[in-house]
Design a protein around this ligand. Structure first.
Ligand code: C2E
Ligand code: MG
Ligand code: MG
Length: 675
């Protein structure tokens, strides 16, 4: 399917009704034209008596349509054409048939210019033919067909005929459009009326002046053409300005506003034909670095160069926009020839493969693409755009080239927003019971000594009950609630640590921190202040960082982690082995401990691959002089195996599940008792 002009296609539903209406209009036009011609006759004195002024007028009407004006975003909306002034003047001076010929000729030319389908051209000639018949009837009824003298009665009659012509034409077009898009007829009519009445009134008011000129001499027609064409030049300038308002001045691509208009159009078309539209957003990586290292001028050149690459071999119908900064957007539909949205993303990415050469500098570029597809991922522009953006961020997080939207990426679904609101309310109250910590012991494997505990978030929702902590973290991580949550967790954990120290337990406390915490410097200040306030030894605090947290913005995070380490706090690499660049993090960060992810530990006895991974990780820890903790230790055999390999500590259901502080204390007391 390579149709690019949707207005040339028929609706999917009820095409019969649609075509029947158009056939009816054509029959009315032919019938009306024959009847009016028979009644009104040829021009007075026959065709050969028509003065040169007529041919000149007709010629001007046709010339005007060689460069049609785009008005209100539409080509040849029902009225925005110069020829109408000439047709109306011709109707009142030389009669119906000459006017019909001029009108039909102009529409034919205009349709060819804007590549209308044949049936559409026929419809436009027909509907305006019907409008002209009705206009002639009004003119004739009010003047009895008298020759043009410019009397007041005739003036009023032209205005009435022009108005009726307009209303008839709009009604017919609105009906056809309504049948195609299932929009109420009256809505379309009102919409055009609002945007175009002023232009139409001007056209109708000029017609009698032109008629008077035409009756005098052809050179008066020529003189009056100047103001008429000036009006249209002004119109064209306004249309051009509208065009500029839709484009990015740097690259000449569409801007966000223009992009939205294009996407809206494609969505309407796809909705009618049951086809798909893909919206893709590309965000360049490290573009800020290019700007700061090489200067904004080079940055701009890079963007222009990149736009040229995107535009090269662009298939017709595919639209490209720059949304500002280093973000680009693309839209392509099945109607335009798109077959696979993922293939589109691959193609966009392929354009980034070669470095961009700017003078002496050669710049490597990279970026992530997010995809959202109509109708599956959203039914309107706003939703598709938001979802493509979410998918783009997801793809950045995963450091993959592209990602198609999936609901689980969306941290702002209505349910999650509600949950976020509830967590925030719970945190607003200092001692609200909803937010709490459970503690899971960490046990030294050689002697079974409890060395500490990991603090794990528990949230008891008033209606939902216990909510999975991973769900809360994922939801909160994208909002300011995460800071509040971490501060609460740190506060409770440090208070608990202090209480245990006071009761004679020499334990350490492991606390999980999120991506968001590690991106701000304030977290370090907060932690320093709390450690002092509770009077605990900083080395008794262990911060667990997951690898995905490190992926988000490695450099900033590395700086902050270093500051935390300088405080004397231990840094533990959580879920080790599940990320992408574990080794790199080990090298760059002041890590004091590795926590092997439970997915490798739990079934280690039966799975030789996992066994190999775990034993190698333990060796690695020894070589780097960092402690190794295995999480997810569920049975005795695993525990023995780990101990044999020299793993320092274990955490898991074999020892205890996470539990509330009082249960933890009882568990400790029981454990101490028999030993
Ligand atoms: P994590 O830090 O890797 O925590 C270990 C998870 O493993 C905990 O799940 C724990 O209950 C579970 N676990 C412990 N032993 C075993 C075992 O033997 N077998 C199995 N199958 N599972 C075991 P939980 O409590 O559901 O926490 C899930 C994740 O949520 C945590 O993973 C951590 O990433 C995050 N999280 C929990 N509390 C916090 C918090 O206060 N702040 C932040 N930022 N993240 C937290
Ligand atoms: Mg953890
Ligand atoms: Mg873990």
């Amino acid at each position: 399917m390579a149709t690019t002009l949707m207005r040339n296609t028929a609706p999917r539903e009820h095409p019969g009704r649609y075509y029947a209406f158009m056939a009816l209009v054509a029959v009315c036009a032919i019938g009306g034209a024959v009847a009016v011609t028979a009644y009104g006759g040829a021009p007075d004195g026959g065709w050969f008596s028509v003065p040169f002024a007529f041919w000149f007028t007709a010629g001007l009407a046709l010339v005007a349509e060689l460069r049609p004006t785009r008005w209100g975003g539409l080509w040849m909306s029902p009225i925005a054409s110069i020829y109408f002034v000439y047709v109306l003047a011709t109707l009142v001076t030389w009669g119906f048939l000459p006017a019909l010929i001029v009108q039909s000729g102009a529409i034919f030319l205009l349709s060819a210019q804007i590549k209308s389908a044949a049936w559409r051209t026929v419809f436009n000639i027909s509907q305006q033919g019907v409008a002209l018949c009705v206009g002639w009837l009004v003119w004739h009824a009010l003047t009895q067909g008298s020759a043009w003298t410019g009397s007041l009665t005739q003036l009023l009659a032209v205005l009435a005929a022009g108005t009726v012509w307009t209303l008839t034409s709009w009604s017919l077009v609105a009906t056809r459009q309504g049948l195609r898009t299932d929009t109420p007829w009256s809505d379309l009519f009102a919409q055009w009326g609002r945007s175009e009445w002023a232009l139409r009134v001007t056209q109708i008011a000029i017609a009698p002046i032109l008629a008077t000129a035409a009756m005098s001499s052809w050179w008066l027609v020529a003189a009056s053409a100047i103001p008429i064409f000036s009006v249209y030049r002004i119109l064209q300038a306004a249309a051009d300005r509208e065009q500029e308002a839709n484009h990015d001045p740097l690259t000449g691509l569409l801007n966000r506003k223009g992009f939205q208009q294009v996407v809206d159009g494609k969505i309407t078309d796809a909705g009618e034909t049951g086809t798909a539209v893909a919206v893709l957003i590309l965000d360049l990586d490290r573009f800020a670095d290019v700007n700061s290292a090489l200067g904004h001028e080079i940055g701009d050149k890079l963007l222009v160069e990149l736009s040229q690459r995107f535009l090269a071999d662009k298939p017709p119908g595919k639209a490209i926009a720059r949304l500002g900064g280093d973000e680009f957007a693309f839209v392509w539909s099945e109607l335009d020839g798109m077959t696979d949205p993922l293939e589109c993303a691959r193609e966009i990415r392929a354009r980034l493969d070669a470095p961009i050469v700017l003078g002496d500098a050669s710049v490597e570029i990279d970026g992530s693409v997010g995809i959202a597809v109509f109708p599956d991922d959203g039914s309107d522009f706003q939703t598709l755009f938001r979802h493509a953006d979410i998918a783009m961020y997801e793809s950045k997080q995963r450091t993959s080239s592209f990602a198609r939207y999936a609901p689980e990426f969306d941290h702002h679904s209505p349910e999650r927003l509600l949950l976020l609101g509830d967590v925030r309310r719970a945190l607003d109250h200092p001692d609200a019971p909803g937010v709490n910590l459970y503690y899971q012991p960490q046990v030294r494997l050689v002697d079974g000594e409890v060395i500490g505990a990991e603090a794990l978030l528990r949230y008891n929702h008033p209606e939902r009950g216990m909510v999975n902590p991973a769900e809360i973290i994922e939801t909160a991580e994208h909002s300011s609630v995460m800071r509040m949550l971490t501060e609460r967790v740190v506060d409770i954990a440090l208070r608990q640590l202090r209480a245990w120290n006071d009761s004679g337990y020499d334990l350490r406390m492991a606390v999980n921190v999120s991506v968001r915490d590690l991106q701000s410097l304030e977290f370090t200040d907060f932690l320093t202040e709390r450690i002092e306030a509770y009077g605990v030894n900083a080395s008794k605090l262990q911060l667990e960082i997951t690898e995905s947290a490190l992926m988000a913005d490695p450099r900033r995070v590395v700086v902050n982690v270093q500051r935390l380490s300088d405080l004397g706090v231990g840094i533990s690499l959580d879920d080790f082995g599940t990320g992408f660049s574990s080794m790199q993090h080990l090298r760059r960060l002041p890590v004091t401990e590795i926590k092997i992810d439970k997915s490798f530990v739990t079934n280690l006895v039966d799975d030789p691959d996992n066994a190999a991974i775990v034993s190698t990780t333990i060796d690695l820890g020894r070589a780097l002089d960092v402690e190794v903790v295995a999480e997810g230790v569920e049975d005795e055999n695993t525990c023995k195996q780990l101990e044999g390999w020299g793993c320092h500590a274990g955490q898991g259901w074999l020892f205890a599940k996470p539990m509330a502080s009082d249960a933890f204390e009882r568990w400790m007391a029981d454990r101490r008792g028999p030993r």
